[in-house]
Design a protein around this ligand. Structure first.
Ligand code: ADP
Ligand code: ADP
Ligand code: ZN
Length: 214
C-alpha cells in the first residue's frame, strides 16, 4: 500500500502516518524527519535545509525529490510506504509521478488530513518533538508520561524552532500557496481521500482505517 499524507503543517499527518506504518507494517518516510536528522548530524544537506526551514520556507525541490525517490526503492519499501510531508509542491508531485511511472508503480491513496488554520496554531505551540527518534507529543492532547522526556527513547523534548508562532503563520501561507494545490492534483489521479482532522487522534485514525481497510 503506497500512501501520501496531505494537510497543513500541524494537521496531524505525522501522528497518523506513524500509526499507519505500525498497523500496516510499512515504513514511515518523513522528509521533515530526514532533514532534521541531517541538521543534527551536521551534513551538507542539513546545513542547506536549515536556512530554509528556520524561515518557514520550503527546501528547494531539487534537494528533496531525489532523496525520496531513492528512499522508496529500498528493500523495506517494496510492499509500500507512507509518505509524510512529501510531496509539498506540484513539481515534487510531478517528479514522484514520473519516477513511479518508470518503476511501474503508483500511489494508492492520498489522504488529506483537513484542519482549519484556526486550530493549527494551538497544535503547533503545544507540539514537543524528540529530535533523536522523531517521536511527537502535545503538551495537552498527547502528553508524554514524564514532562519533557521522550517515552520512546528517553531523550529530552523540544519546541521546534519553526513551531514558534512567528514562523507558523509563514508556514501556513506557504502551505496554502504551494501545497494545497496537491489536493486537486491527487483528486485528478482519482486517489484523494479526506478525513476530518479536528477530531480526536483516535477518531481520525478510525476514519483512516475505514479508507485503507482493516
Ligand atoms: P510539519 O510536519 O509541521 O508540516 P515537517 O517536519 O513536515 O513539518 O517539515 C518541516 C520543514 O521541513 C518544512 O517547513 C520545510 O522547510 C521542510 N520540508 C519538509 N518536507 C519538505 C518538502 N517535501 N519540500 C520542501 N521542504 C520540506
Ligand atoms: P504534522 O505532521 O501534520 O505537522 P503532527 O502529527 O506533528 O502534525 O501533529 C501536530 C501536533 O498536534 C502534535 O503536537 C500532535 O501531538 C498534535 N495532534 C495530532 N493529531 C491531533 C488530534 N487529532 N487532536 C489534537 N492534537 C493532535
Ligand atoms: Zn525519542
Amino acid at each position: 500500500m503506497r500512501i501520501i499524507m496531505l494537510g497543513a503543517p500541524g494537521a496531524g499527518k505525522g501522528t497518523q502516518a506513524k500509526k499507519i506504518a505500525e498497523k500496516y507494517g510499512i515504513p514511515h518516510i518523513s522528509t521533515g524527519d530526514i532533514f532534521r536528522a541531517n541538521i543534527k548530524n551536521g551534513t551538507e544537506l542539513g546545513k542547506k535545509a536549515k536556512t530554509y526551514m528556520d524561515q518557514g520556507l520550503l527546501v528547494p525541490d531539487e534537494l528533496t525529490c531525489d532523496l525520496v525517490v531513492d528512499r522508496i526503492q529500498k528493500d523495506d519499501a517494496q510492499k509500500g510506504y507512507v509518505l509524510d510531508g512529501f510531496p509539498r509542491t506540484i513539481p515534487q508531485a510531478e517528479c514522484l509521478t514520473d519516477a513511479l511511472n518508470k518503476l511501474g508503480s503508483k500511489i494508492d491513496f492520498a489522504i488529506d488530513v483537513d484542519v482549519p488554520d484556526e486550530n493549527i496554531v494551538n497544535r503547533m505551540s503545544g507540539r514537543r518533538a524528540c529530535l533523536k527518534c522523531g517521536a511527537t507529543y502535545h503538551v495537552v492532547f498527547a502528553a508524554p508520561k514524564t514532562e519533557g522526556v521522550c517515552d520512546a527513547c528517553g531523550d529530552h523534548l523540544v519546541l521546534r524552532d519553526d513551531d514558534k508562532p512567528e514562523t507558523v503563520q509563514k508556514r501556513l501561507d506557504v502551505y496554502h500557496e504551494q501545497t494545497q494545490p496537491l489536493i486537486d492534483y491527487y483528486n485528478g489521479q482519482g486517489v484523494l481521500k479526506s478525513v476530518d482532522g479536528t477530531q480526536k487522534l483516535e477518531d481520525v485514525f478510525q476514519a483512516v482505517v475505514a479508507i485503507l481497510g482493516e
